[in-house]
Design a protein around this ligand. Structure first.
Ligand SMILES: [Fe+2]
Length: 262
């Protein structure tokens, strides 16, 4: 099983680098299409768009539709739950349901579970008791397969960059960590938000953070010749029960705008 993970595309028609962000997503999907063997599934770990606008979701959806593999999304702090659902109502995430966008995909050797970490008052993540109960239900619905969870905010203390805690309170982070470990069957967590590649652990669970697909917003040190090339993650599941993760750099663009935007 091969999971291609993209994150933080921040599609935004009102930003000066709007074309570049759309191009970064288009090029990344085109590169995913060249994987051999192909990706079984594409996951997007949130901040699909930058300001929650329907026209930006329409743009993102038109680009993500170019993937042959099914695409699934978890919401990020820049996303608008309602507009995201509207844009991806036939695919990508459940078209309806309770206010949280959390769900399980059972079509693969590893179950994929999307977790909604949005806060109503902060760009940081939140994880309330209601979401903890929902995640336990999602995990416990099936007891045979391993589970990979994908979400926007990293559920561990991030030791690179300016902000180690990416949740509104230490208690929310602890609740999420305890919930992830409750069954012993979560084998990996895939996330985004901090715009740079990093990793951490929640007990025995490995958590990987994919860099920002939008190259103008990506953090971390890259040689100048790579600054305009999107990077995404390819997670290959070993039948022995572990994911191996590779950072994949997309091919050279023919022409690239050089706009920088924060
Ligand atoms: Fe982001």
């Amino acid at each position: 099983m091969i999971v291609a993970q993209i994150s933080d595309t921040h599609i935004a028609h009102r930003e000066p680098d709007a074309a570049r962000r759309a191009s970064d997503l288009a090029r990344t999907i085109a590169d995913i299409e060249t994987l051999d063997p192909p990706a079984d599934v594409v996951i997007h770990t949130g901040d699909v768009v930058h300001g929650g606008h329907p026209e930006d979701y329409a743009c993102a959806a038109s680009l993500l539709r170019q993937a042959r593999a099914p695409v699934y999304l978890a919401p990020g702090n820049r996303d608008d739950r309602e507009n995201l659902r509207d844009a991806f109502r036939q695919w990508g995430c459940p078209a309806s349901g309770p206010r949280f966008i959390d769900y399980a995909i059972d079509d693969f050797p590893v179950r994929l579970i999307a977790v909604d970490t949005l806060s109503s008052s902060s760009n940081k993540g939140d994880f309330c008791a209601e979401r903890a109960a929902r995640l336990i239900d999602l995990i416990d619905t099936e007891a045979a397969k391993p589970v990979a969870v994908f979400m926007h905010h990293p559920p561990f203390v991030v030791t690179v960059g300016p902000d180690p805690l990416n949740f509104v309170t230490p208690q929310a982070l602890t609740r999420l960590q305890q919930t992830l470990q409750h069954s012993g069957r979560v084998t990996a967590v895939f996330c985004g938000h901090v715009h740079r590649s990093t990793s951490g652990r929640i007990g025995r669970i490995t958590a990987m953070v994919a860099p920002c697909t939008a190259t103008t917003l990506r953090k971390g040190d890259f040689p100048a010749r790579l600054c305009a090339r999107p990077v995404y993650h390819v997670h290959r599941f070993d039948p022995n029960g572990e994911f191996g993760t590779e950072a994949r750099i997309v091919s050279e663009p023919s022409t690239v705008g050089a706009t920088q935007s924060g």
